[in-house]
Write a protein that binds this ligand. Structure first.
Ligand code: SF4
Ligand code: SF4
Length: 365
């Protein structure tokens, strides 16, 4: 369905829902909908990103297919979110990454692996790559520190700039002024909602995922992915501080903060991504967007292999396999960073911005 058709369909179902209002207690979308009599494109894009596809309204709806009204809010909003990801991708030239995203992420990962191994083969001797290294700077004997830090610093700066650019574009094009995005009270409220995954608890019994039955599994696995990711970030930050401020280079002992945080984060990511992939395989496709499946799976698989390769590197870092595992892990992390603004990761940012707008609307009531 083309974007304009999708917007018309979203407007149609929201108009029916606004007359019905049966689902007003399910999530933040329906109370936000009730504040409006008509639905401009910017309102629909905001509401679509406020929806987290819990599917409660689909299974509860007396007008859902096969009823002639054909109301399927969960699917229309899932499709519209995908359109938003394309529309607000920056630079716009790269918006095509959202088409067949799973394939694009796969090609990107393969390209990162080939590049890292080519560079390793050109600039490092085989005996060094395949030797067992131990003690301080063991990793940097295989890949020198500047080759480690420079590309990743550039990647992190570009990644942050691109994500900020996309997010600000989304906020402005959905009717917000830049200063309002910094509203401290609304941000605090949104952070609280996001950290608790408030709307995935379905009022205490979970969402209707992967099928009609209520379940908290999606919320638990989502928490594992989210906090696992945060712990891995914390591990990298502490390691960087040790290296630069304490002149203490990696690798670190098993009972050190970088390793403890990274291990906990890696295990949480493994369990969370595996759990979400299993649920996705079992999910009822009708209230979802089939076109988004490749993107969802691609991102989860990439996250899974990022944590798997990191944990394997930790376990085998004193063996001759370390050089190859280090190269694989760096390539997968680089692919993850490059793919972040052009894949499922962006849902977290747009949803957060939608929660900020929602907090502002609620405080004005
Ligand atoms: S999804 Fe169906 S039941 Fe829920 S508010 Fe809309 S029309 Fe009513
Ligand atoms: S799918 Fe869930 S979050 Fe989305 S509109 Fe329906 S009830 Fe709300």
């Amino acid at each position: 369905m083309l974007s304009s058709d999708l917007l018309k369909e979203a407007e149609r179902v929201m108009t029916i829902c606004n007359a019905c209002r049966y689902c007003e207690g399910y999530c933040a979308v329906y109370p936000a909908m009730e504040l409006r009599r008509t639905f401009a494109d910017k309102d629909l894009k905001y509401l679509a990103n406020l929806c987290h596809n819990c599917r409660a309204c689909y299974y509860a709806c007396q007008y859902a297919p096969p009823h002639e009204f054909d109301v399927n809010v969960a699917r229309v909003f899932a499709d519209l979110r995908l359109e938003c990801y394309r529309e607000f991708a920056r630079p716009a030239l790269l918006a095509g990454m959202f088409r067949r995203n799973g394939l694009a992420v796969g090609i990107l990962t393969a390209a990162a692996l080939v590049t890292v191994f080519l560079l390793l083969g050109i600039f490092q001797d085989s005996p060094v790559i395949f030797a067992a290294h131990s003690g301080a700077n063991a990793f940097y004997r295989v890949i020198p520190y500047p080759l480690f830090i420079l590309p990743f610093s550039v990647l992190v700066v570009c990644l942050s700039a691109v994500l900020l650019w996309s997010n600000i574009s989304f906020w402005r094009k959905t009717g917000g002024k830049l200063g309002e995005l910094l509203d401290p009270r609304a941000n605090l409220q949104a952070i609280g909602d996001a950290l608790r995954l408030k709307y995935l608890d379905g009022g205490g019994h979970g969402c209707n995922y992967p099928d009609e039955r209520f379940s908290m599994l999606r919320r638990y696995f989502h928490h594992l992915v989210f906090y696992g990711f945060i712990l891995c970030l914390a591990s990298t930050t502490v390691a960087a501080a040790y290296h630069h401020f304490l002149q203490w280079p990696a690798p670190y002992p098993y009972l050190s903060w970088p390793v403890l945080l990274g291990t906990a984060g890696g295990l949480a990511l493994l369990a969370g991504t595996a759990g979400l992939l299993i649920l996705k395989k079992k999910m009822d496709p009708l209230p979802g967007a089939p076109r988004a499946r490749g993107m969802d799976v691609g991102f989860l698989v990439l996250l899974f292999f990022t944590s798997f390769s990191g944990l394997l590197l930790l376990a085998l870092r004193a063996t001759p396999a370390m050089g190859i595992l280090l190269a694989v892990h760096l390539a997968v992390v680089a692919a993850l960073f490059v793919a972040m603004p052009y894949g499922k990761f962006v849902h977290a940012l747009y949803r957060f911005v939608a929660l900020v707008r929602n907090a502002r609307e609620r405080s004005r009531q």
